[in-house]
Design a protein around this ligand. Structure first.
Ligand code: SAM
Ligand code: FES
Length: 358
């Protein structure tokens, strides 16, 4: 008919995803591959509406403390991998970690994320001591750990000491793909077991993957979405893969801001009340990447609280942003960026809706 034109099928699929929180594998692939003008805005508009229904205009701040860049693992993509002899190594003492959290508390943070390589210096006992001390000093705060793979008994000890949340990206839901990104000594099955153990224990669990990692296909991403749908994490951390010059993948292409943003919107529609960070990696490949992430459905940001003298050493990938700023500066900058797109930063614990302590 003159004057009307049919909308491409992918727009209908976005509507279907919003209404039913599900698509077939082929439909997910079509949504990820669609290059029709205006599709991203359409999808992001839906994702924004859903996130506002659950979380309003709030963007939760989590204070990130990068406790160590010493790692026993050798992931092919990671700048702090064991075999990178050029990495300048550091680790923070218990005292240093506690003073970062104290400073963060004074700046208004109510969630601390302790992240690091798999550094054997941090025994179960030391982690228990650190978590207990943070909870004792700041009982109104949530503690999130992101320290890699342990056995269930260890995760249980950290939980009993007061840890509330654990972030462990699954990296890819496809075993063959996992084995292309990691040496044979690392196990896909063990990583998945860790995620199940964490959930069993009662943690709020975050998983996630890099976007555009080497050898990643659309089918892999569809498998990731299916995994997220089944596992139902409380948080999903995704960010673009960015090459690091001293790794096996130095010459690989980085993931794109467009695909990362599209996936943020799809994940928001798939898991409406999930906590979804706009990551530092997204801000690294695009100066307005985190703002774009917020506008595509993300609702968490993690300013860096690490001491200034170590910030430039936690280099997972090249050109990482926020390595020179003071913590207070990072927060000011983040608050301005968030308000520039019509949202507001909040410092409450910002639990996943199912755990909300209202
Ligand atoms: N050791 C802990 C673990 O394995 O979960 C936490 C630290 S690990 C460095 C944190 C995350 O950084 C990884 O899960 C991975 O997805 C991401 N990462 C590592 N190298 C990256 C790269 N080159 N580009 C983008 N993200 C990267
Ligand atoms: Fe440390 Fe991958 S290199 S966990």
């Amino acid at each position: 008919m003159e004057g009307t034109f049919e909308r491409p099928l992918e727009f209908e699929l976005a509507d279907k995803l919003e209404a039913s929180r599900d698509l077939t594998d082929d439909e997910f692939a079509a949504v990820l591959l669609c290059d029709y003008p205006g599709f991203d805005e359409y999808l992001a508009g839906k994702a924004r509406a859903v996130r506002e229904k659950y979380y309003g205009k709030s963007v939760y701040l989590r204070g990130l403390v990068e406790i160590s860049n010493i790692c026993r693992n050798n992931c092919y993509y990671c700048g702090i991998r064991r075999d990178n002899a050029n990495a300048e190594r550091y680790r923070l003492s218990e005292e240093q970690i506690l003073s970062c959290c104290d400073a963060g508390y004074d700046l208004g943070f109510r969630t601390f994320v302790l992240q690091g390589g798999e550094d054997p210096y941090y025994t179960d006992e030391l982690i228990v001591s650190i978590v207990s001390a943070i909870k004792e000093r700041h009982p109104d705060c949530a503690v999130t750990l992101s320290l890699g793979e342990f056995e269930k008994e260890s995760y249980q000890k950290f939980f009993d000491a007061g840890a509330d949340r654990y972030l462990l990206r699954h990296e890819t839901a496809d075993k063959d793909h996992y084995e292309m990104l990691h040496p044979a000594e690392m196990s896909f099955d063990h990583r998945m077991q860790c995620l199940r153990d964490l959930k069993d224990i009662g943690y709020q669990v975050g998983c996630g993957m890099m976007v555009g990692s080497p050898y990643q296909t659309t089918e892999h991403l569809v498998k990731d979405l299916r995994f997220l749908q089944e596992f139902k994490p409380e948080m999903v951390g995704i960010g673009p893969f960015i090459p690091h010059h001293d790794t096996c993948f130095a010459d690989r292409e980085a993931g794109t801001v467009d695909m990362t943003i599209r996936l943020l919107s799809v994940i928001r529609l798939l898991l409406p009340d999930v906590l979804l960070p706009a990551t530092t990696a997204l801000g690294t490949i695009d100066p307005r990447g985190r703002e774009k992430g917020i506008l595509a459905g993300a609702n968490v940001v993690m300013p860096n609280l690490s001491p200034s003298d170590v910030r430039g050493k936690y280099l997972l990938y090249d050109n990482k942003i926020c390595t020179g700023d003071e913590a207070a500066e990072c927060i000011r900058c983040m608050a301005m960026r968030i308000s520039s797109v019509g949202y507001e930063t909040v410092v409450s614990r910002g639990d996943h809706a199912a755990f909300s302590i209202k």
